[in-house]
Design a protein around this ligand. Structure first.
Ligand SMILES: Cc1cc2nc3c(=O)[nH]c(=O)nc-3n(C[C@H](O)[C@H](O)[C@H](O)COP(=O)(O)OP(=O)(O)OC[C@H]3O[C@@H](n4cnc5c(N)ncnc54)[C@H](O)[C@@H]3O)c2cc1C
Length: 379
């Protein structure tokens, strides 16, 4: 395959949050950067669309005006399992905003900073060769000094992640007028046998619903929206109440399979290939901090490239910072999966709501700021 004449200092494989943050940070610091994104234009992604305070601060660092995107504020967390429920104040001001808007805003900011965006371009292969990186698409091959593996939930051939039994979904809904008040300012986390779901208002009165479910439960329930929403309503009177009269925006929910919760890529692919976002590590989705990790790792990888730090040292630093929060998040994930434990958890949360606020803080990826060297200078 011929080597393309166009090349750059660095290439991001994937134009999601991690890839765009990588290219944007490089471009605004004088390096040439390219992004290869397999989709033709703005697109929806499986995500609860809940933005933590850390994610908002990182976006601000990247020059994105989050309030101007018009999201919906979130102040309270409501937990439910069966007929039991409990509410607690979030320890920070969060916001609900669609990934359709957010990813596109970041991609365009990267372009304005000078990064070249190649849309509808799928990367087929990524490999180190002679101290450089070769990036192969369907029609051409490119060489660069460094690359970010930022393909998120999709694996690139030869660079697999472990297989896992959980499947993720997303649906957008128009809630009925009568349920709007109960949905505003709140992120609802509802557990059911085989998984859990999140409900969060985003821009323009849209209700974003994301859920994960084990593949064996999915097999018996069915994959259609009608079958799954009927199952959730049987499992949770609270879900039925909140979504009563809501109309889905799409015929089918978006889906992504094989979510490897707890995955941490500690092995180095090559010193010039930096895994970022979900290709670096996958925190359970209830924590609502996957986007913060994607942004922080994209920025930190760009800074590593700029200062000549290799991928092995970058990965070691990133994973060491995230490990304590990952451990706590995985324990909570196990509690959610066990009906008895989660019932006890909700009783505890009703008695001591401040305990929930504390647990939310405990699963925050709090060390991310220290990984970004020039954050203070720009905020
Ligand atoms: C059910 C669920 C709910 C979640 N809810 C939340 C939440 O509420 N809040 C939160 O903070 N996090 C949440 N997360 C986590 C969050 O969605 C991810 O951590 C985040 O999207 C990771 O960003 P990324 O840039 O690594 O990957 P992605 O956002 O997946 O972006 C990857 C990009 O790469 C492109 N791509 C893929 N393969 C190729 C290829 N071969 N060539 C070129 N381009 C390619 C894709 O099209 C995509 O645009 C949730 C996750 C799940 C599964």
């Amino acid at each position: 395959m011929p080597i393309s004449g166009t090349t750059a200092d660095a290439i991001a494989v994937g134009g999601g949050l991690a890839g765009s943050a990588f290219a944007l940070e490089l471009a605004r610091n004088g390096a040439s950067a390219m992004i290869f994104e397999r989709m033709r234009g703005p697109h929806h992604k499986v995500c609860g669309e809940f933005l933590s305070d850390r994610a908002q601060a990182l976006l601000h660092y990247l020059g994105i005006n989050v309030p101007a995107l018009g999201g919906s504020p979130v102040e309270t967390l409501c937990l439910a399992s069966g007929a039991a429920r409990a509410s607690a104040q979030l320890p920070f001001a969060a916001v609900g905003i669609s990934r359709l808007l957010l990813d596109e805003a970041l991609l365009q900011a990267a372009q304005r900073a000078g990064a070249k965006i190649h849309r509808a371009t799928s990367v087929e292969r990524l490999e180190a060769c002679g101290g450089r990186v070769r990036v192969q698409t369907a029609g051409a091959s490119f060489e660069c000094r460094a690359a970010a593996l930022a393909s998120g939930k999709h694996n690139i051939r030869c660079l697999p992640r472990p297989d896992a039994p959980m499947v993720g979904f997303k649906m957008h809904l128009r809630p009925a007028e009568a349920t709007r008040a109960a949905l505003m300012d709140v992120v609802h986390l509802i557990a059911f046998t085989g998984g859990y779901l999140g409900l969060c208002m985003i821009e323009e009165g849209t209700l974003s619903m994301a859920w994960i479910v084990s593949s064996d439960v999915l097999q018996s329930v069915g994959t259609s929206w009608t079958a799954q929403s009927a199952y959730f309503a049987r499992q949770s009177p609270f879900f039925e109440e909140l979504t009563n009269g809501a109309t889905p925006d799409w015929e089918k929910p978006l889906a992504v399979s094989g979510l490897p919760y707890g995955f941490m890529r500690s092995e180095t692919i090559a010193e010039t290939i930096y895994p970022v976002g979900d290709q670096l590590a996958v925190i359970p989705s209830f924590s609502g901090d996957g986007t913060a990790l994607a942004l922080a790792s994209g920025i930190a990888a760009a800074q590593a490239v700029l200062k000549g730090e290799g991928a092995s040292s970058f990965q070691f630093r990133m994973l060491a910072t995230c490990k304590p929060q990952f451990r706590r998040a995985l324990i909570i994930d196990r509690v959610i999966a066990d009906a008895r434990l989660r019932r006890a958890g909700i009783v505890g949360a009703r008695l001591f709501p401040s305990m929930v606020t504390m647990l939310v803080s405990a699963t925050r990826l709090s060390g991310l700021d220290s990984l970004i060297t020039s954050a203070d200078a720009r905020t």
